[in-house]
Write a protein that binds this ligand. Sequence first.
Ligand code: NAI
Length: 544
Amino acid sequence: MKTDLRGTELLLDPRLTKSTAFTAKERESLGLVGLLPDAVEDEDLQIRRVHQQLGHKNTDLDRYIYLNALLDHDETLFYKVLMSDPAHFLPIVYDPTIAEACLKFGHIYRGPRGMYLSLSRKGHVRDVLRNWPEKDVRVICVTDGGRILGLGDIGANGMGIPIGKLQLYTATAAVPPRVLLPAFLDAGTNNDELLHDPLYLGLRRTRPRTEELYEFVDEFVSAVQDVFPLCCIHFEDWTGVDAVHLLKRYRDKVCCYNDDIQGTAAVTLAGLMNAVRIKGSKLSEERILFLGAGSAGIGIADLVASAMRQEGLSEEEARGRISLFDIHGLIESSRKDLEDFQKPYAHSMKPTKDFVEAIEAFKPTAIIGVSTVGKAFNKKVVEAMGRLNHRPIIFALSNPTDHAECTPREAYGWTNGRAIYAAGVQFPPLHLDGKTLVPSQANNVYIFPAMGMAIYATQAKRVTDEMFVAAAKAVADQVTQHQLDDGMLFPPQSNLLEVELDTASKVAESIFEKGLARVERPDDVGSFIRSHAYEPRYPSFTRH
Ligand code: NAI
Protein backbone atom coordinates (compact mmCIF):
# COMPACT_ATOMS: atom_id res chain seq x y z
CA MET A 1 0.00 0.00 0.00
CA LYS A 2 1.22 3.50 -0.80
CA THR A 3 0.73 6.39 1.58
CA ASP A 4 1.63 10.06 1.76
CA LEU A 5 1.47 9.99 5.53
CA ARG A 6 4.67 9.93 7.57
CA GLY A 7 5.73 9.83 11.19
CA THR A 8 3.17 10.45 13.91
CA GLU A 9 0.45 11.25 11.38
CA LEU A 10 0.64 7.67 10.13
CA LEU A 11 1.25 6.18 13.55
CA LEU A 12 -1.85 7.84 14.99
CA ASP A 13 -4.15 7.05 12.05
CA PRO A 14 -6.35 4.25 13.50
CA ARG A 15 -7.13 2.79 10.09
CA LEU A 16 -3.55 2.75 8.78
CA THR A 17 -1.40 2.25 11.83
CA LYS A 18 0.39 -1.03 12.46
CA SER A 19 1.70 0.15 15.80
CA THR A 20 4.55 -2.13 16.94
CA ALA A 21 4.12 -4.25 13.80
CA PHE A 22 5.70 -1.65 11.45
CA THR A 23 8.73 -3.44 9.98
CA ALA A 24 12.27 -2.06 10.30
CA LYS A 25 12.15 -1.12 6.61
CA GLU A 26 8.82 0.68 6.97
CA ARG A 27 10.09 2.54 10.02
CA GLU A 28 13.06 3.79 7.98
CA SER A 29 11.09 4.82 4.93
CA LEU A 30 8.06 6.29 6.72
CA GLY A 31 9.85 8.48 9.28
CA LEU A 32 8.91 6.26 12.20
CA VAL A 33 12.36 5.56 13.62
CA GLY A 34 12.48 6.61 17.26
CA LEU A 35 8.69 6.96 17.47
CA LEU A 36 8.25 3.30 18.44
CA PRO A 37 10.03 0.99 20.86
CA ASP A 38 12.69 -1.17 19.26
CA ALA A 39 10.79 -4.45 19.13
CA VAL A 40 9.08 -5.34 15.86
CA GLU A 41 6.13 -7.54 16.74
CA ASP A 42 3.83 -9.74 14.73
CA GLU A 43 0.06 -9.52 15.11
CA ASP A 44 -0.15 -12.63 17.30
CA LEU A 45 2.08 -11.04 19.88
CA GLN A 46 0.00 -7.87 19.79
CA ILE A 47 -3.14 -9.92 20.34
CA ARG A 48 -1.46 -11.66 23.27
CA ARG A 49 -0.78 -8.30 24.86
CA VAL A 50 -4.42 -7.23 24.37
CA HIS A 51 -5.66 -10.44 26.03
CA GLN A 52 -3.22 -9.94 28.89
CA GLN A 53 -4.37 -6.34 29.43
CA LEU A 54 -8.02 -7.40 29.22
CA GLY A 55 -7.30 -10.02 31.86
CA HIS A 56 -6.27 -7.28 34.26
CA LYS A 57 -9.61 -5.48 33.96
CA ASN A 58 -12.11 -6.19 36.72
CA THR A 59 -15.43 -5.73 34.95
CA ASP A 60 -16.87 -6.17 31.49
CA LEU A 61 -17.56 -2.43 31.40
CA ASP A 62 -13.81 -1.83 31.90
CA ARG A 63 -13.13 -4.31 29.09
CA TYR A 64 -15.68 -2.50 26.90
CA ILE A 65 -13.96 0.84 27.56
CA TYR A 66 -10.54 -0.69 26.92
CA LEU A 67 -11.60 -2.31 23.63
CA ASN A 68 -13.21 0.88 22.36
CA ALA A 69 -10.03 2.78 23.21
CA LEU A 70 -8.14 0.15 21.22
CA LEU A 71 -10.47 0.84 18.30
CA ASP A 72 -9.65 4.55 18.57
CA HIS A 73 -5.96 3.72 18.14
CA ASP A 74 -5.76 0.63 15.97
CA GLU A 75 -8.84 -0.54 14.07
CA THR A 76 -7.13 -3.56 12.51
CA LEU A 77 -5.97 -4.93 15.85
CA PHE A 78 -9.39 -4.28 17.41
CA TYR A 79 -11.14 -6.35 14.74
CA LYS A 80 -8.41 -8.96 14.74
CA VAL A 81 -9.05 -9.45 18.46
CA LEU A 82 -12.85 -9.51 18.07
CA MET A 83 -12.81 -11.77 15.03
CA SER A 84 -10.46 -14.21 16.74
CA ASP A 85 -13.42 -15.26 18.94
CA PRO A 86 -16.61 -13.26 18.26
CA ALA A 87 -18.76 -15.40 20.56
CA HIS A 88 -16.45 -14.56 23.47
CA PHE A 89 -16.36 -10.82 22.75
CA LEU A 90 -20.03 -10.39 21.84
CA PRO A 91 -21.20 -10.05 25.48
CA ILE A 92 -18.45 -7.47 26.08
CA VAL A 93 -18.87 -5.18 23.08
CA TYR A 94 -22.63 -5.72 22.94
CA ASP A 95 -25.35 -7.32 25.05
CA PRO A 96 -25.36 -7.36 28.11
CA THR A 97 -22.41 -4.95 28.79
CA ILE A 98 -23.74 -2.41 26.30
CA ALA A 99 -26.71 -1.67 28.59
CA GLU A 100 -24.42 -0.38 31.33
CA ALA A 101 -22.20 1.36 28.78
CA CYS A 102 -25.25 3.20 27.41
CA LEU A 103 -26.51 4.20 30.85
CA LYS A 104 -23.10 5.71 31.58
CA PHE A 105 -22.44 6.94 28.03
CA GLY A 106 -21.95 10.60 28.93
CA HIS A 107 -19.71 9.64 31.85
CA ILE A 108 -17.42 7.13 30.10
CA TYR A 109 -17.28 9.18 26.88
CA ARG A 110 -13.73 9.40 25.49
CA GLY A 111 -14.16 10.78 21.98
CA PRO A 112 -16.48 11.01 18.98
CA ARG A 113 -17.60 8.05 16.90
CA GLY A 114 -20.33 8.16 14.25
CA MET A 115 -22.62 11.11 13.55
CA TYR A 116 -24.99 13.14 15.71
CA LEU A 117 -27.85 14.62 13.71
CA SER A 118 -29.53 17.14 15.92
CA LEU A 119 -33.04 18.48 15.55
CA SER A 120 -31.47 21.91 15.95
CA ARG A 121 -30.01 21.35 12.42
CA LYS A 122 -33.40 20.58 10.87
CA GLY A 123 -33.35 21.76 7.26
CA HIS A 124 -29.58 21.13 7.02
CA VAL A 125 -29.24 17.37 7.50
CA ARG A 126 -27.70 16.95 4.01
CA ASP A 127 -24.91 19.37 4.83
CA VAL A 128 -24.28 17.69 8.16
CA LEU A 129 -24.07 14.24 6.51
CA ARG A 130 -21.54 15.61 4.04
CA ASN A 131 -19.17 16.22 6.96
CA TRP A 132 -18.65 12.46 7.27
CA PRO A 133 -15.22 11.68 5.80
CA GLU A 134 -16.22 8.44 3.99
CA LYS A 135 -18.09 9.05 0.75
CA ASP A 136 -19.34 5.50 0.12
CA VAL A 137 -21.34 4.59 3.22
CA ARG A 138 -23.39 1.41 2.77
CA VAL A 139 -25.14 0.93 6.11
CA ILE A 140 -26.23 3.55 8.62
CA CYS A 141 -27.52 2.16 11.89
CA VAL A 142 -29.69 4.86 13.45
CA THR A 143 -31.59 5.28 16.69
CA ASP A 144 -33.33 8.19 18.37
CA GLY A 145 -32.64 6.66 21.78
CA GLY A 146 -36.40 6.28 22.31
CA ARG A 147 -36.40 2.73 23.65
CA ILE A 148 -32.90 1.42 24.18
CA LEU A 149 -32.88 -2.30 25.08
CA GLY A 150 -35.12 -2.59 28.15
CA LEU A 151 -33.91 0.79 29.41
CA GLY A 152 -36.52 3.07 27.86
CA ASP A 153 -35.78 6.61 26.70
CA ILE A 154 -32.11 7.38 27.36
CA GLY A 155 -31.66 10.00 24.65
CA ALA A 156 -28.14 10.46 23.30
CA ASN A 157 -26.80 7.77 25.64
CA GLY A 158 -28.43 5.39 23.16
CA MET A 159 -25.61 6.10 20.68
CA GLY A 160 -23.78 3.13 22.20
CA ILE A 161 -26.26 0.87 20.41
CA PRO A 162 -25.61 1.80 16.74
CA ILE A 163 -21.88 1.85 17.52
CA GLY A 164 -22.02 -1.66 19.02
CA LYS A 165 -24.39 -3.08 16.42
CA LEU A 166 -22.17 -2.00 13.55
CA GLN A 167 -19.10 -3.43 15.27
CA LEU A 168 -20.93 -6.75 15.15
CA TYR A 169 -21.52 -6.37 11.39
CA THR A 170 -17.75 -6.45 11.03
CA ALA A 171 -16.83 -8.81 13.85
CA THR A 172 -19.30 -11.54 12.85
CA ALA A 173 -20.01 -11.04 9.13
CA ALA A 174 -16.85 -9.25 7.96
CA VAL A 175 -18.59 -6.17 6.56
CA PRO A 176 -15.77 -3.63 6.04
CA PRO A 177 -15.87 -1.04 8.87
CA ARG A 178 -15.24 1.90 6.54
CA VAL A 179 -18.69 1.47 4.89
CA LEU A 180 -20.54 1.55 8.22
CA LEU A 181 -21.83 4.67 9.93
CA PRO A 182 -23.44 4.73 13.40
CA ALA A 183 -25.85 7.64 13.73
CA PHE A 184 -27.93 9.24 16.43
CA LEU A 185 -30.96 11.28 15.45
CA ASP A 186 -31.14 13.66 18.38
CA ALA A 187 -34.66 14.93 18.96
CA GLY A 188 -34.15 15.40 22.70
CA THR A 189 -35.23 13.12 25.53
CA ASN A 190 -38.06 12.93 28.02
CA ASN A 191 -35.69 11.43 30.58
CA ASP A 192 -35.68 14.04 33.31
CA GLU A 193 -32.68 12.61 35.11
CA LEU A 194 -30.55 12.94 31.96
CA LEU A 195 -31.81 16.44 31.23
CA HIS A 196 -30.45 17.39 34.65
CA ASP A 197 -27.16 15.48 34.35
CA PRO A 198 -24.38 18.01 33.67
CA LEU A 199 -22.45 15.31 31.75
CA TYR A 200 -25.38 14.46 29.43
CA LEU A 201 -24.19 14.95 25.85
CA GLY A 202 -27.42 15.23 23.86
CA LEU A 203 -29.79 18.02 22.90
CA ARG A 204 -31.16 19.37 26.18
CA ARG A 205 -34.86 19.48 25.41
CA THR A 206 -37.91 17.24 25.62
CA ARG A 207 -39.01 15.26 22.58
CA PRO A 208 -41.13 16.97 19.91
CA ARG A 209 -44.60 15.96 18.77
CA THR A 210 -44.69 12.81 16.62
CA GLU A 211 -45.36 14.78 13.40
CA GLU A 212 -42.29 16.94 13.97
CA LEU A 213 -40.16 13.89 14.72
CA TYR A 214 -41.38 12.12 11.57
CA GLU A 215 -40.69 15.25 9.44
CA PHE A 216 -37.15 15.19 10.77
CA VAL A 217 -36.80 11.47 10.01
CA ASP A 218 -38.18 12.17 6.50
CA GLU A 219 -35.47 14.75 5.99
CA PHE A 220 -32.81 12.34 7.25
CA VAL A 221 -33.99 9.47 5.03
CA SER A 222 -34.12 11.67 1.96
CA ALA A 223 -30.70 13.22 2.72
CA VAL A 224 -29.17 9.75 3.00
CA GLN A 225 -30.46 8.94 -0.50
CA ASP A 226 -28.63 11.99 -1.88
CA VAL A 227 -25.41 11.81 0.08
CA PHE A 228 -24.96 8.00 0.22
CA PRO A 229 -27.06 6.61 -2.65
CA LEU A 230 -26.09 2.96 -2.06
CA CYS A 231 -26.78 3.09 1.67
CA CYS A 232 -29.18 0.90 3.64
CA ILE A 233 -30.73 2.44 6.77
CA HIS A 234 -30.93 0.07 9.72
CA PHE A 235 -33.41 1.45 12.30
CA GLU A 236 -32.64 0.33 15.83
CA ASP A 237 -34.28 0.75 19.24
CA TRP A 238 -37.01 3.27 18.41
CA THR A 239 -40.17 3.09 20.52
CA GLY A 240 -42.41 0.23 19.37
CA VAL A 241 -45.05 2.37 17.68
CA ASP A 242 -42.52 4.65 15.95
CA ALA A 243 -40.57 1.58 14.83
CA VAL A 244 -43.60 0.02 13.15
CA HIS A 245 -44.82 3.30 11.61
CA LEU A 246 -41.42 4.37 10.29
CA LEU A 247 -40.76 0.96 8.75
CA LYS A 248 -44.10 1.07 6.98
CA ARG A 249 -43.39 4.62 5.80
CA TYR A 250 -40.08 3.82 4.10
CA ARG A 251 -39.76 0.09 3.42
CA ASP A 252 -41.19 0.23 -0.11
CA LYS A 253 -39.45 3.49 -1.00
CA VAL A 254 -35.83 3.12 0.12
CA CYS A 255 -33.38 0.44 1.21
CA CYS A 256 -34.07 0.11 4.96
CA TYR A 257 -35.06 -2.30 7.69
CA ASN A 258 -35.74 -2.41 11.41
CA ASP A 259 -33.79 -5.03 13.31
CA ASP A 260 -36.06 -5.04 16.39
CA ILE A 261 -38.96 -5.94 14.14
CA GLN A 262 -37.51 -7.87 11.20
CA GLY A 263 -34.27 -9.22 12.69
CA THR A 264 -36.14 -10.55 15.72
CA ALA A 265 -38.78 -11.95 13.41
CA ALA A 266 -36.24 -13.76 11.23
CA VAL A 267 -34.34 -15.35 14.09
CA THR A 268 -37.60 -16.47 15.71
CA LEU A 269 -38.77 -17.86 12.39
CA ALA A 270 -35.49 -19.79 12.14
CA GLY A 271 -36.23 -21.26 15.59
CA LEU A 272 -39.77 -22.20 14.53
CA MET A 273 -38.49 -23.80 11.32
CA ASN A 274 -36.27 -26.07 13.39
CA ALA A 275 -38.99 -26.70 15.96
CA VAL A 276 -41.20 -28.08 13.19
CA ARG A 277 -38.24 -30.13 11.92
CA ILE A 278 -38.09 -31.73 15.39
CA LYS A 279 -41.86 -32.30 15.38
CA GLY A 280 -41.90 -33.56 11.80
CA SER A 281 -44.63 -31.03 10.91
CA LYS A 282 -44.84 -27.96 8.66
CA LEU A 283 -44.83 -24.31 9.69
CA SER A 284 -48.17 -23.83 7.96
CA GLU A 285 -49.68 -26.51 10.24
CA GLU A 286 -48.75 -24.64 13.42
CA ARG A 287 -50.99 -22.33 15.46
CA ILE A 288 -49.09 -19.56 17.19
CA LEU A 289 -50.21 -17.45 20.14
CA PHE A 290 -48.11 -14.46 21.19
CA LEU A 291 -47.92 -12.93 24.64
CA GLY A 292 -47.07 -9.32 23.69
CA ALA A 293 -48.23 -7.47 20.59
CA GLY A 294 -45.60 -4.73 20.35
CA SER A 295 -42.99 -4.25 17.65
CA ALA A 296 -41.35 -7.63 18.27
CA GLY A 297 -44.64 -9.58 18.43
CA ILE A 298 -46.13 -7.97 15.34
CA GLY A 299 -42.85 -8.27 13.44
CA ILE A 300 -42.65 -12.00 14.13
CA ALA A 301 -46.35 -12.51 13.37
CA ASP A 302 -46.05 -10.74 10.00
CA LEU A 303 -42.95 -12.66 8.93
CA VAL A 304 -44.34 -16.02 10.05
CA ALA A 305 -47.51 -15.26 8.07
CA SER A 306 -45.34 -14.43 5.07
CA ALA A 307 -43.42 -17.73 5.43
CA MET A 308 -46.73 -19.63 5.77
CA ARG A 309 -47.91 -18.02 2.52
CA GLN A 310 -44.73 -19.24 0.87
CA GLU A 311 -45.84 -22.74 1.97
CA GLY A 312 -49.12 -22.26 0.10
CA LEU A 313 -51.57 -20.72 2.59
CA SER A 314 -53.68 -17.73 1.61
CA GLU A 315 -53.20 -14.43 3.46
CA GLU A 316 -56.37 -15.09 5.46
CA GLU A 317 -55.45 -18.69 6.29
CA ALA A 318 -51.99 -17.63 7.45
CA ARG A 319 -53.32 -14.84 9.68
CA GLY A 320 -55.95 -17.21 11.06
CA ARG A 321 -53.16 -19.40 12.42
CA ILE A 322 -51.78 -16.52 14.47
CA SER A 323 -53.28 -14.81 17.51
CA LEU A 324 -51.91 -12.21 19.93
CA PHE A 325 -52.55 -11.30 23.54
CA ASP A 326 -51.35 -8.01 25.08
CA ILE A 327 -51.55 -6.13 28.36
CA HIS A 328 -55.31 -5.60 27.84
CA GLY A 329 -56.10 -9.21 26.96
CA LEU A 330 -56.70 -11.23 23.82
CA ILE A 331 -56.57 -9.24 20.60
CA GLU A 332 -59.99 -9.91 19.10
CA SER A 333 -62.45 -8.14 16.87
CA SER A 334 -64.46 -6.34 19.58
CA ARG A 335 -61.38 -4.49 20.89
CA LYS A 336 -61.54 -0.73 20.23
CA ASP A 337 -58.01 0.12 21.33
CA LEU A 338 -56.00 -1.63 18.62
CA GLU A 339 -53.25 -0.11 16.50
CA ASP A 340 -53.66 -0.47 12.72
CA PHE A 341 -50.89 -3.03 12.59
CA GLN A 342 -52.62 -5.24 15.20
CA LYS A 343 -56.03 -5.29 13.50
CA PRO A 344 -55.24 -8.01 10.91
CA TYR A 345 -54.88 -10.46 13.82
CA ALA A 346 -58.09 -9.45 15.61
CA HIS A 347 -60.17 -12.60 15.03
CA SER A 348 -63.74 -13.05 15.98
CA MET A 349 -63.17 -14.68 19.36
CA LYS A 350 -64.56 -14.39 22.87
CA PRO A 351 -62.79 -11.57 24.77
CA THR A 352 -60.59 -12.71 27.64
CA LYS A 353 -57.95 -11.25 29.91
CA ASP A 354 -56.79 -14.70 31.01
CA PHE A 355 -53.91 -16.12 28.97
CA VAL A 356 -54.69 -19.75 29.90
CA GLU A 357 -58.26 -19.21 28.73
CA ALA A 358 -56.88 -17.81 25.46
CA ILE A 359 -54.72 -20.93 25.11
CA GLU A 360 -57.73 -23.17 25.66
CA ALA A 361 -59.78 -21.22 23.11
CA PHE A 362 -57.17 -20.80 20.36
CA LYS A 363 -55.40 -24.16 20.91
CA PRO A 364 -51.93 -23.03 19.91
CA THR A 365 -49.11 -25.43 19.12
CA ALA A 366 -46.63 -22.64 19.98
CA ILE A 367 -46.58 -19.73 22.42
CA ILE A 368 -44.12 -16.89 21.96
CA GLY A 369 -43.38 -14.49 24.81
CA VAL A 370 -42.42 -10.95 23.77
CA SER A 371 -44.19 -9.18 26.60
CA THR A 372 -41.31 -7.92 28.80
CA VAL A 373 -43.04 -9.76 31.70
CA GLY A 374 -40.81 -12.22 33.56
CA LYS A 375 -42.48 -15.49 34.65
CA ALA A 376 -45.65 -14.77 32.65
CA PHE A 377 -45.47 -18.36 31.34
CA ASN A 378 -46.26 -19.82 34.75
CA LYS A 379 -46.98 -23.45 35.60
CA LYS A 380 -50.63 -23.20 34.53
CA VAL A 381 -49.67 -21.74 31.14
CA VAL A 382 -46.95 -24.30 30.42
CA GLU A 383 -49.09 -27.21 31.64
CA ALA A 384 -51.97 -26.06 29.44
CA MET A 385 -49.60 -26.17 26.46
CA GLY A 386 -48.38 -29.61 27.56
CA ARG A 387 -51.97 -30.90 27.73
CA LEU A 388 -52.77 -29.69 24.22
CA ASN A 389 -49.53 -30.73 22.53
CA HIS A 390 -47.17 -33.69 22.51
CA ARG A 391 -44.28 -31.30 21.74
CA PRO A 392 -45.36 -27.79 22.80
CA ILE A 393 -43.23 -25.00 21.34
CA ILE A 394 -42.44 -22.46 24.06
CA PHE A 395 -40.33 -19.44 23.17
CA ALA A 396 -39.74 -17.04 26.10
CA LEU A 397 -37.98 -14.23 24.27
CA SER A 398 -38.14 -11.25 26.61
CA ASN A 399 -34.87 -10.06 28.02
CA PRO A 400 -32.87 -9.40 30.17
CA THR A 401 -32.86 -12.74 31.99
CA ASP A 402 -35.34 -11.78 34.73
CA HIS A 403 -37.85 -10.74 32.04
CA ALA A 404 -37.85 -14.19 30.38
CA GLU A 405 -41.44 -15.47 30.39
CA CYS A 406 -40.12 -18.79 31.75
CA THR A 407 -36.77 -20.51 32.23
CA PRO A 408 -35.73 -23.65 30.36
CA ARG A 409 -35.92 -25.62 33.61
CA GLU A 410 -39.56 -24.55 34.02
CA ALA A 411 -40.50 -25.24 30.40
CA TYR A 412 -38.90 -28.70 30.39
CA GLY A 413 -39.83 -29.49 34.00
CA TRP A 414 -43.55 -28.72 33.63
CA THR A 415 -43.85 -30.71 30.38
CA ASN A 416 -41.74 -33.77 31.35
CA GLY A 417 -39.04 -32.65 28.94
CA ARG A 418 -41.42 -32.45 25.96
CA ALA A 419 -41.19 -28.67 25.38
CA ILE A 420 -39.23 -27.28 22.45
CA TYR A 421 -37.78 -24.20 24.07
CA ALA A 422 -35.93 -21.02 23.11
CA ALA A 423 -35.15 -17.88 25.10
CA GLY A 424 -34.06 -14.36 24.19
CA VAL A 425 -31.06 -14.70 26.52
CA GLN A 426 -28.43 -17.39 26.97
CA PHE A 427 -29.24 -19.93 29.68
CA PRO A 428 -26.60 -22.51 30.66
CA PRO A 429 -27.02 -26.17 29.59
CA LEU A 430 -29.10 -28.25 31.99
CA HIS A 431 -29.36 -31.94 32.82
CA LEU A 432 -32.71 -33.65 32.76
CA ASP A 433 -33.32 -37.40 33.10
CA GLY A 434 -29.71 -38.20 32.29
CA LYS A 435 -29.70 -36.00 29.19
CA THR A 436 -27.88 -32.68 28.67
CA LEU A 437 -30.06 -30.06 27.00
CA VAL A 438 -28.65 -26.86 25.50
CA PRO A 439 -31.30 -24.12 25.71
CA SER A 440 -31.49 -22.16 22.46
CA GLN A 441 -31.03 -18.42 22.30
CA ALA A 442 -32.97 -16.56 19.60
CA ASN A 443 -30.27 -13.96 19.07
CA ASN A 444 -30.66 -11.40 16.26
CA VAL A 445 -26.91 -11.57 15.76
CA TYR A 446 -27.53 -14.56 13.46
CA ILE A 447 -29.48 -12.27 11.14
CA PHE A 448 -28.59 -8.57 10.94
CA PRO A 449 -24.84 -8.84 10.19
CA ALA A 450 -25.54 -11.37 7.42
CA MET A 451 -28.30 -9.12 6.08
CA GLY A 452 -25.84 -6.20 6.09
CA MET A 453 -23.23 -8.23 4.23
CA ALA A 454 -25.72 -9.36 1.56
CA ILE A 455 -27.02 -5.81 1.06
CA TYR A 456 -23.49 -4.38 0.92
CA ALA A 457 -22.20 -6.92 -1.61
CA THR A 458 -25.24 -6.85 -3.91
CA GLN A 459 -25.96 -3.13 -3.47
CA ALA A 460 -29.58 -4.11 -2.84
CA LYS A 461 -32.29 -1.56 -3.65
CA ARG A 462 -34.79 -2.75 -1.01
CA VAL A 463 -35.02 -5.04 1.99
CA THR A 464 -37.97 -7.44 1.69
CA ASP A 465 -39.70 -10.06 3.82
CA GLU A 466 -38.46 -12.68 1.35
CA MET A 467 -34.89 -11.74 2.25
CA PHE A 468 -35.62 -12.27 5.94
CA VAL A 469 -37.34 -15.59 5.26
CA ALA A 470 -34.26 -16.61 3.23
CA ALA A 471 -32.03 -15.59 6.15
CA ALA A 472 -34.18 -17.55 8.61
CA LYS A 473 -34.07 -20.65 6.43
CA ALA A 474 -30.32 -20.36 5.96
CA VAL A 475 -29.76 -20.11 9.73
CA ALA A 476 -32.16 -23.00 10.43
CA ASP A 477 -30.55 -25.24 7.79
CA GLN A 478 -27.15 -24.91 9.43
CA VAL A 479 -28.30 -26.82 12.52
CA THR A 480 -27.46 -30.53 12.28
CA GLN A 481 -29.77 -33.36 13.34
CA HIS A 482 -27.42 -34.13 16.20
CA GLN A 483 -27.69 -30.54 17.46
CA LEU A 484 -31.49 -30.65 17.13
CA ASP A 485 -31.46 -33.79 19.29
CA ASP A 486 -29.69 -31.78 22.00
CA GLY A 487 -32.45 -29.15 21.90
CA MET A 488 -30.44 -26.64 19.83
CA LEU A 489 -32.56 -24.64 17.40
CA PHE A 490 -29.74 -22.33 16.23
CA PRO A 491 -26.21 -23.05 15.01
CA PRO A 492 -23.42 -22.91 17.61
CA GLN A 493 -21.72 -19.53 17.84
CA SER A 494 -18.25 -21.08 17.74
CA ASN A 495 -18.03 -20.51 13.99
CA LEU A 496 -20.19 -17.43 13.65
CA LEU A 497 -18.36 -15.95 10.65
CA GLU A 498 -19.02 -19.04 8.52
CA VAL A 499 -22.67 -19.14 9.64
CA GLU A 500 -23.11 -15.46 8.71
CA LEU A 501 -21.36 -15.70 5.34
CA ASP A 502 -23.44 -18.73 4.41
CA THR A 503 -26.59 -16.87 5.48
CA ALA A 504 -25.50 -13.75 3.57
CA SER A 505 -25.01 -15.90 0.44
CA LYS A 506 -28.58 -17.24 0.68
CA VAL A 507 -29.96 -13.73 1.21
CA ALA A 508 -27.90 -12.47 -1.75
CA GLU A 509 -29.38 -15.24 -3.92
CA SER A 510 -32.85 -14.01 -3.00
CA ILE A 511 -31.81 -10.42 -3.83
CA PHE A 512 -30.54 -11.46 -7.27
CA GLU A 513 -33.57 -13.64 -7.91
CA LYS A 514 -35.98 -10.76 -7.25
CA GLY A 515 -34.01 -8.31 -9.39
CA LEU A 516 -33.17 -6.14 -6.39
CA ALA A 517 -29.38 -6.09 -6.87
CA ARG A 518 -27.52 -3.17 -8.41
CA VAL A 519 -24.62 -5.40 -9.51
CA GLU A 520 -24.62 -8.25 -11.98
CA ARG A 521 -25.30 -11.75 -10.67
CA PRO A 522 -22.03 -13.67 -10.35
CA ASP A 523 -21.80 -17.39 -11.23
CA ASP A 524 -20.94 -18.36 -7.68
CA VAL A 525 -22.80 -16.22 -5.13
CA GLY A 526 -20.99 -17.82 -2.15
CA SER A 527 -17.53 -16.87 -3.49
CA PHE A 528 -18.87 -13.45 -4.45
CA ILE A 529 -19.95 -12.81 -0.84
CA ARG A 530 -16.63 -14.08 0.49
CA SER A 531 -14.74 -11.79 -1.90
CA HIS A 532 -16.38 -8.83 -0.10
CA ALA A 533 -15.32 -9.99 3.36
CA TYR A 534 -13.08 -7.67 5.34
CA GLU A 535 -9.92 -9.20 6.71
CA PRO A 536 -8.30 -7.45 9.64
CA ARG A 537 -4.79 -7.51 8.23
CA TYR A 538 -2.13 -4.80 8.33
CA PRO A 539 -1.00 -3.53 4.92
CA SER A 540 2.59 -3.61 3.67
CA PHE A 541 3.64 -0.04 3.07
CA THR A 542 5.82 1.37 0.34
CA ARG A 543 6.56 5.11 0.31
CA HIS A 544 4.69 7.22 -2.19
P1 NAI B 1 -43.12 -3.35 23.13
O1 NAI B 1 -43.08 -2.47 24.32
O2 NAI B 1 -43.31 -2.77 21.78
O3 NAI B 1 -44.28 -4.45 23.34
C1 NAI B 1 -44.56 -5.12 24.56
C2 NAI B 1 -45.89 -5.82 24.41
O4 NAI B 1 -46.13 -6.62 25.56
C3 NAI B 1 -47.07 -4.88 24.29
O5 NAI B 1 -47.96 -5.37 23.32
C4 NAI B 1 -47.72 -4.95 25.68
O6 NAI B 1 -49.13 -4.70 25.64
C5 NAI B 1 -47.44 -6.39 26.04
N1 NAI B 1 -47.50 -6.59 27.49
C6 NAI B 1 -46.93 -5.85 28.48
N2 NAI B 1 -47.28 -6.35 29.68
C7 NAI B 1 -48.07 -7.41 29.45
C8 NAI B 1 -48.76 -8.32 30.29
N3 NAI B 1 -48.68 -8.23 31.62
N4 NAI B 1 -49.48 -9.30 29.72
C9 NAI B 1 -49.57 -9.40 28.38
N5 NAI B 1 -48.93 -8.57 27.53
C10 NAI B 1 -48.20 -7.58 28.06
O7 NAI B 1 -41.78 -4.20 23.20
P2 NAI B 1 -41.12 -5.06 22.03
O8 NAI B 1 -40.14 -4.26 21.28
O9 NAI B 1 -42.17 -5.74 21.25
O10 NAI B 1 -40.29 -6.12 22.89
C11 NAI B 1 -40.97 -7.02 23.73
C12 NAI B 1 -39.98 -7.97 24.38
O11 NAI B 1 -39.37 -8.76 23.39
C13 NAI B 1 -38.87 -7.28 25.15
O12 NAI B 1 -38.75 -7.85 26.44
C14 NAI B 1 -37.63 -7.60 24.39
O13 NAI B 1 -36.56 -7.84 25.26
C15 NAI B 1 -38.00 -8.86 23.65
N6 NAI B 1 -37.26 -8.98 22.41
C16 NAI B 1 -36.50 -10.09 22.23
C17 NAI B 1 -35.70 -10.23 21.13
C18 NAI B 1 -34.94 -11.50 20.93
O14 NAI B 1 -35.01 -12.41 21.67
N7 NAI B 1 -34.18 -11.66 19.89
C19 NAI B 1 -35.58 -9.13 20.17
C20 NAI B 1 -36.48 -8.02 20.39
C21 NAI B 1 -37.27 -7.96 21.50
